[in-house]
Design a protein around this ligand. Structure first.
Ligand code: OAD
Length: 241
C-alpha cells in the first residue's frame, strides 16, 4: 500500500481565516514573527508574548476547518495509518476536521507548557494572568508553541515516516523554516514522489541549494486543490484493489 506523508503549513488554514506568517506585509497580526516567536522575546517582554498567543488562542473559537482539512480527514478515513499528516500549524483545525494520525511539530495553541515541570496540559483559557500549572502548581506556564531556536516536536517519528513514504505532499507552506522545509529533499532522496499544492508554487530558482524541486506542483487554493487530490488518491487505490 502507498504510504503518504502530508506536510501542511499556514496556507491550509488561510481560507478558514487564520492569517499566514509571511503575507504581503511581512507581519503576523501586526508583529514581526521574530518579536513574538523567540525565547528571547519572551524573556524580554513576557506580557506581550503571552497576550499575543492568548489572542491567537481565543481567535480559534471564531474559525472552523475548511474543505482542505476535511479532505485530509476523509483520506485518513480511507487509508488509515498509511497517511501521516505533519502540520507546522499551531491551530487545531486538522483535529476538528477529524484527523487523528497527526503530528503538531511546532506545538499547539490549545496546550500550555510548564517551564517548571515540563507538563503540557490541554489549555483553553488565557495565560497572561499566570495561572498555576495543573501538575505542579507553579505559575510558569507558557504557550506550548515551538519558537525560533527551539527544537520542534517528534522529529524522529516524522523523519522515519518521511524516509519510508511513497508520496510526500506539501500543502500551503512557504518552505522557509527548517527542518520542515528539508523534508521534500529527504523524501525524494529515499525515492518518494513529491507534490506541492500551494497558492503560488515555489520558484525553483529561489530554492535552497540542498532542496529539490517537487516532481509536480499544482497552483491554486487549498480548498480546491486538496479535495481534488484526495479524490485522485482514493480513486487510484480503489482501482488497484
Ligand atoms: P507561511 O506564511 O510562511 O507560508 C504560507 C504559504 O501558504 C505560502 O507559501 C502561501 O503561498 C501559501 N498559501 C496562502 N494561502 C493559501 C491558500 N488559500 N491555499 C494554498 N496555499 C496558500 O507559513 P508556513 O510555511 O506555515 O513556525 O510557515 C512555517 C513556519 O514559520 C510556521 O510554522 C511558524 C513560522 O514561523 C514557528 O512558529 C516555529
Amino acid at each position: 500500500m502507498t504510504r503518504i506523508v502530508v506536510l501542511t503549513g499556514a496556507g491550509i488554514s488561510a481560507e478558514s481565516g487564520v492569517p499566514t506568517f509571511r503575507g504581503a506585509d511581512g507581519l503576523w497580526e501586526g508583529h514581526r514573527v521574530e518579536d513574538v516567536a523567540t525565547p528571547e522575546a519572551y524573556e524580554r517582554d513576557p506580557d506581550t508574548v503571552l497576550s499575543f498567543y492568548d489572542a491567537r488562542r481565543r481567535a480559534l473559537g471564531a474559525v472552523a476547518p475548511n474543505a482542505a482539512h476535511r479532505a485530509l480527514a476523509r483520506l485518513e478515513g480511507a487509508i488509515g495509518e498509511d497517511l501521516l499528516v505533519v502540520t507546522q500549524n499551531v491551530d487545531d483545525l486538522h483535529e476538528r476536521a477529524g484527523s487523528r494520525h497527526l503530528v503538531h511539530m511546532h506545538g499547539e495553541l490549545r496546550r500550555a507548557l510548564c517551564d517548571a515541570c515540563g507538563a503540557r496540559p490541554a489549555w483553553d483559557g488565557d495565560l497572561i494572568d499566570r495561572p498555576p500549572c495543573p501538575e505542579c502548581g507553579e505559575r510558569m506556564l507558557r504557550p506550548d508553541v515551538v519558537w525560533f531556536g527551539e527544537m520542534p516536536y517528534e522529529l524522529e517519528r516524522i523523519e522515519n515516516a518521511v524516509v519510508a513514504c511513497d508520496e510526500f505532499v506539501s500543502i500551503g507552506t512557504s518552505g522557509a523554516v527548517y527542518p520542515a522545509a528539508g523534508y521534500v529533499a529527504l523524501a525524494a532522496a529515499f525515492g518518494a514522489r513529491t507534490v506541492e499544492l500551494n497558492l503560488e508554487p515555489r520558484d525553483t530558482l529561489l530554492l535552497f541549494e540542498d532542496a529539490v524541486p517537487f516532481d509536480e506542483a499544482r497552483a491554486g487554493r487549498a480548498t480546491e486543490l486538496v479535495p481534488a487530490w484526495v479524490d485522485e488518491v482514493i480513486a487510484a487505490r480503489s482501482t488497484r484493489t
